[in-house]
Design a protein. Structure first.
Length: 332
């Protein structure tokens, strides 16, 4: 990834070096939540949803350097120290790359989504911050240039700079990370009628710990099964075949281990499939789960049924229903 950042630095327009932005200029940006892995595509597949998401307000100050003046919605869990916050760290990497470390910025982060949900909470914040500074500086280069800096934020958040959350949050839509070395990201088509039902149970599944329990060695037959499912899922997206998408979303490598961290995971799958889901799985590292459906009414019904089940075992939850978000971040 360091080579990707170096290439961006070398190709940065000279105008960014001398551009001045008036003190007090500010922008407010929303970036969406994401569903990573998409069951069988560990670290290589993800898509953005319409809600929830995070908001960043960024304003230019007269003092060089980055400060974070306010964070809301985090219950005091996130650091105000700009050296320890994913938003400011990724923005600082970006500024260094274009020779604008001299600029002064103040950041407000408004968490509009749950932390530790498996819905790309850190990714949404990071992408919102990067899109904000891109907007403030009038950087009209393709938004893909921000991806290596967003991955720096992920590296700080969970110890691994994966792109399956930040890429769809940044680009919108359904995204395949074909390669990490070199970084090669492909935006995939998807059926317009594909709906996502998301349920976030109120249990704690830290991303770092969820990664540590994954097997490092796998059987060849399991690898072959997984390759077939990933190929089937991507083919289904291109062919607009929701049934093919559904039957391809099976994971024999990661889900069997991570599902143990989510109460009644297989019972929730049973409920979702009985109520019209075409697929069901873990969002990211969990504990959020999601189902694909062919219409909004079915997605809504599934969230209601799953929430009722969780309430019955004394677990609170949040629910969301969304189509695939093709817009990515936006200025509010």
């Amino acid at each position: 990834m360091s080579n990707d950042i170096q290439e961006i630095k070398q190709s940065a327009a000279a105008a960014f070096i001398g551009n001045s932005v008036a003190v007090g200029t500010e922008v407010k940006v929303f970036a969406p939540a994401t569903v990573a892995n998409v069951v069988c595509g560990f670290d290589v597949l993800g898509f953005a949803v319409n809600e929830p998401g995070d908001e960043v307000v960024m304003r230019v100050t007269g003092t060089p350097g980055i400060t974070i003046s306010k964070i809301t919605g985090d219950d005091g869990r996130l650091p105000l120290d700009p050296a320890k916050n994913t938003v400011s760290v990724s923005v600082q990497h970006y500024l260094n790359s274009i020779g604008r470390a001299d600029i002064g910025l103040d950041i407000e982060l408004h968490k509009k989504m749950p932390i530790g949900s498996g819905l790309g909470s850190s990714s949404a914040s990071t992408v919102a911050g990067l899109y904000a500074i891109k907007t403030l500086l009038g950087d009209d280069r393709d938004v893909i240039n921000l991806l290596p800096f967003a991955m720096k934020g992920e590296e700080m958040a969970c110890g691994h700079g994966h792109a399956d959350n930040v890429a769809p949050a940044l680009l919108g839509g359904f995204v395949l990370i074909r390669s990490y070395e070199p970084l090669d990201v492909v935006r995939l088509p998807h059926p317009a009628g594909l709906y996502c039902a998301i349920v976030f149970p109120d249990v704690d599944v830290p991303t770092r710990e969820a990664r540590q329990i994954i097997r490092t060695k796998i059987l060849m037959r399991d690898a072959v099964t997984q390759w077939g499912n990933i190929a089937g899922l991507v083919s289904g997206l291109f062919m607009q075949d929701i049934d093919l998408i559904g039957r391809s979303m099976q994971d024999v490598l990661v889900e069997p281990v991570r599902s143990m961290l989510i109460p009644d995971f297989y019972k929730m799958r049973e409920i979702a499939m009985e109520n019209g889901a075409v697929s069901f799985g873990i969002s990211g590292s969990g504990p959020s789960v999601f189902a694909f459906t062919k219409d909004e009414a079915t997605a809504t019904l599934i969230t209601q049924k799953l929430q009722q089940h969780l309430t019955g075992i004394k677990i609170g939850s949040n629910t969301y229903v969304s189509t695939i978000n093709d817009a990515g971040p936006r200025v509010l």
